[in-house]
Design a protein around this ligand. Structure first.
Ligand code: SF4
Length: 346
């Protein structure tokens, strides 16, 4: 992208721009405030002179994101958006209602290179990484579409956020900016499949953002059969990075553990998991795995899920079972994009 997308700019970028164009400095805050409210339509920017709007249209990409598809679950009201980006790539965003308010799950890349075998996004291939503005755009546009302020953000949709590290950090600053969206860092969670160097780097940023790690297995052999990233970083390297994160941030880590029938849901796996996580200040989020055509795994039976959870709890672990939402609209990561891509290919 030669030209930048308008949402990629923070307030000081806009100030630099206004200075270069010899416009008054206060125009920067006006423009930034409109964009931070999710107003991309410049005709609505009532306090911005036409001359500045024309210049912005000339110098930036102003219409990079549109809603291609919007689905609402009849079961629980979960909303799914498919956004089309300026170059035709699509990403998915899911909006869920919790007691605390609206939570949004955004994508960080169009597709994913990590190849987790249980994931529909991996099967649909990799397009490109998103810019910080395209991540922010998902929050702003879905929020303004819903007509309600977003309470929390999880970067857990399509893509591996740490494979797009600089743009991810840029997004976190944009979302957290008190003159912009002003979303508290503690209301943001980043989820990784376990890119060790970036996890350590992330532990040193001066922001109270939550970290969630996709674990899915208690040993290397099993993890390698589920997630190719385990061939690059061993479980012990991964857990060392988690300890370092805990030491540097004093924050509790969340481990995501999807349960696959007969693969990683046995009593033996549960005991081994307790053993390897001993001493790490953590929370385990069990997930009833999603099934899709072509997936080599089947979801665990309800009895196995219960038994697994019980065993962890008996061993003193803090565990929750993630509530399934939007199952009638394929709300899980990548399923809709994959479906759309397959339709295009046929
Ligand atoms: S689970 Fe996440 S990291 Fe793994 S392939 Fe899917 S999107 Fe990528």
């Amino acid at each position: 992208m030669d030209k930048k997308f308008v949402l990629d700019l923070n307030l000081s970028d806009w100030e630099v721009y206004m200075k270069e164009k010899s416009y008054p400095k206060f125009r920067a805050l006006q423009v930034f405030s409109w964009y931070s409210k999710g107003v991309l339509d410049m005709t609505k920017m009532s306090n911005v002179p036409q001359e500045i709007k024309n210049a912005i249209r000339e110098d930036f990409i102003t219409d990079s994101m549109s809603i291609e598809k919007h689905l609402v679950s009849e079961i629980d009201g979960t909303q799914k958006f498919v956004f089309r980006l300026y170059d035709g790539h699509c990403v998915e965003t899911v909006l869920m209602r919790y007691k605390t308010g609206l939570s949004i799950c955004i994508s960080s890349q169009a597709g994913c290179k990590m190849g987790c075998r249980f994931c529909a996004s991996a099967h649909a291939g990799f397009g490109r990484s998103l810019t910080r503005g395209e991540m922010l755009g998902q929050v702003l546009l879905a929020g303004s579409f819903a007509g309600e302020r977003i309470h929390s953000v999880v970067v857990m949709g399509i893509g591996e956020p740490f494979d797009n590290y600089d743009e991810l950090i840029g997004f976190l600053h944009l979302a957290n900016d008190e003159k912009g969206l002003n979303l508290g860092a503690r209301h943001i969670t980043v989820s990784t499949c376990g890119l060790v160097p970036q996890m350590i780097q992330f532990s040193l940023i001066d922001m109270q953002v939550n970290l969630s790690v996709s674990l899915h297995a208690p040993n290397d052999e099993l993890r390698k059969s589920i997630m190719p990233i385990a061939n690059k970083y061993s479980l012990s390297e991964l857990l060392d990075a988690c300890r370092e994160y805990e030491k540097n941030t004093n924050r509790r880590i969340t481990f995501e553990y999807s349960l696959f029938d007969g693969v990683n849901d046995t009593a033996e796996c549960a005991r081994e998991l307790c053993k390897v996580l001993k001493g790490i200040h953590c929370h385990i989020n069990l997930i009833a795995a999603n099934e899709f055509d072509g997936s080599p795994f089947r979801r665990s039976k309800p009895g196995s899920v219960r038994a697994f959870q019980d065993l962890l709890e008996k061993n003193g672990m803090t565990v929750t079972l993630r509530r399934e939402m939007g199952t009638d609209i394929m709300a899980a990561c990548g399923q809709l994009r994959r479906g759309m891509q397959e339709k295009k290919e046929t």
